[in-house]
Design a protein around this ligand. Structure first.
Ligand code: 5GP
Length: 191
């Protein structure tokens, strides 16, 4: 095997802040591999099983959890989400940049375990703008949008935390303009 070990990049932030769009752009880079999370939430019409997520029953998720198959996992709005462990190890061993898109509780677990990487928090310009984006996206009904906004408020507070003597996130980017945000993340990864 040749070359240095790769780099983990954690992209986190509230639902609707734009992190999926940022990740979509980063995935185009030949050096990047990315995590496909497991989730118990229902598949949306525009999502593909095995591509956007591994959609699992709760029993299946729990079984994998008990087998220690997840690098981190969290409950988000009543559903379980987890990062399968082995794809990251395999990608980093091959010198790849490995992209993980997760919420704040999962990010804390990675930091607590001292997993090295670049931890990026994508923030919305405001809660009002976040709500507007969630409504425009049309993926969630109004009840769920309210729940996601409430979680977002907690996540924005958590973004300033310190975990195990380190800041939870290395950098916070306010996503005002998507192209600029993508450029900023790319410059951090490939200066
Ligand atoms: P959504 O339902 O909008 O796809 O995702 C809800 C939240 O769960 C988002 O903040 C998303 O980044 C996060 N998420 C997706 N996959 C994982 C995962 O594997 N682990 C954790 N901790 N969060 C995840």
């Amino acid at each position: 095997m040749s070359g240095a070990r790769g780099k983990l990049v954690v992209i986190s932030g509230p639902s609707g802040a734009g992190k999926t769009s940022v990740c979509r752009a980063l995935k185009q880079h030949p050096e990047v591999e990315f995590s496909v999370s497991a989730t118990t939430r229902c598949r949306r019409d525009d999502e593909r099983d095995g591509v956007d997520y591994h959609f699992l029953s709760r029993d299946d998720f729990q079984r994998r959890l008990s087998e220690n198959q997840f690098l981190e996992w969290a409950t988000y709005n009543g559903n379980l989400y987890g990062t399968p462990r082995w794809p990251m190890d395999a990608a980093l061993a091959r010198g790849k940049t490995f992209l993980v898109e997760i919420e704040v509780k999962g990010t804390r677990q990675l930091r607590e375990r001292g997993i090295e990487g670049l931890y990026v928090f994508i923030a919305p310009p405001s809660i009002a703008e976040l709500r507007r984006r969630l409504v425009n996206r049309g993926s969630n009904d109004l009840v769920e949008i309210d729940q996601r906004v409430r979680i977002a408020e907690e996540e924005l507070a958590a973004a300033r935390e310190t975990v195990a003597g380190r800041r939870l996130y290395d950098v916070t980017i306010e996503n005002i303009d998507l192209d600029q945000t993508i450029r900023a993340v790319k410059e951090m990864l490939w200066p």
